[in-house]
Ligand binder design. Structure first.
Ligand code: PGA
Length: 249
């Protein structure tokens, strides 16, 4: 399976930074054109920068995604952004159910499921995030938690072409702590089995690992069984690191 290397910029940078970052990614891809053959490169900036980087991304063969979308098609939802508005700017992907949305915006699996449906209706590929907290892991509850998230957060519209799953242990996000490759292998095997049970074609859905992926641990993580790419936060803000991770894929 072709790997997907996705950068989640979160709420960082300004317009100039966005242009510079994509420019540097493009320059690196120009020097190493074979990278695009081995992996798809995706950047997910804050919404406002999608139109800013659109042309540059198209020229350089870099895919674009958003970090969230509304579960409604349109209407009186002040401050929200509809999935159709995201596709309007050439984005193909949307991250949904990120642990920061679950934590700071109290998003439930049911809410995430309805956002995934809205994304699919608009023709977007949903990157659905699942993962246990530190407390869940201390209580050895990670398997049950992740299975339950998959059962509840994935609507019937999910198939291998419109959905990617990102396993992101919450305690590894932005902390510098990475899950051990043996744990990543176990969790990805569990996710794969659950997807096969739940969805026709579940064996072909891409599974990303996320949580403090860096150039120095990327090779091991990306070569772990059932890891089809990475969702990268901090390290995606530096073109050099982001490209080094893609090179490890
Ligand atoms: P991180 O973030 O790479 O900074 O840990 C990953 C994510 O939040 O998707």
């Amino acid at each position: 399976m072709k790997k997907l290397i996705a950068g989640n910029w979160k709420m960082n940078g300004n317009k100039e930074d966005a242009l510079k970052l994509v420019g540097s990614i493009g320059a690196a891809l120009f020097v190493e054109p074979e990278l695009k053959k081995s992996c798809d490169i995706l950047v997910c900036p804050p919404y406002l920068y999608l139109p800013v980087i659109k042309d540059l991304c198209t020229e350089q063969g870099v895919l674009m995604g958003a970090q969230d979308c509304s579960n409604h098609e349109n209407g009186a939802f002040t401050g929200d952004i509809a999935a159709d508005m995201i596709t309007d700017f050439g984005a193909k992907y949307v991250i949904l159910g990120h642990s920061e949305r679950r934590q700071h915006h109290k998003e439930s699996d049911e809410m995430i499921s309805s956002k995934v449906s809205a994304a699919h209706k608009a023709g977007l590929i949903a990157i659905v995030c699942v993962g246990e907290t530190e407390e869940d892991r201390e209580r050895d509850k990670q398997d049950a938690i992740v299975k339950n998230q998959l059962k509840k957060a994935l609507p019937d519209s999910v198939d291998q072409n419109n959905t990617v799953i990102a396993y992101e242990p919450v305690w590894a996000i932005g902390t510098g702590k990475t899950a051990k490759p043996s744990d990543v292998e176990k969790m990805h095997a569990l996710v794969r089995e659950q997807l096969k049970d739940q969805i026709d074609g579940g064996e072909r859905i891409r599974l990303l690992y996320g949580g403090s992926m860096k150039p120095d641990n990327a090779k091991e993580l990306l070569n772990t069984k059932n890891v089809d790419g990475g969702l990268i936060g901090g390290a995606s803000l530096k073109a050099e690191d982001f490209i080094a991770i893609a090179s490890a894929a």
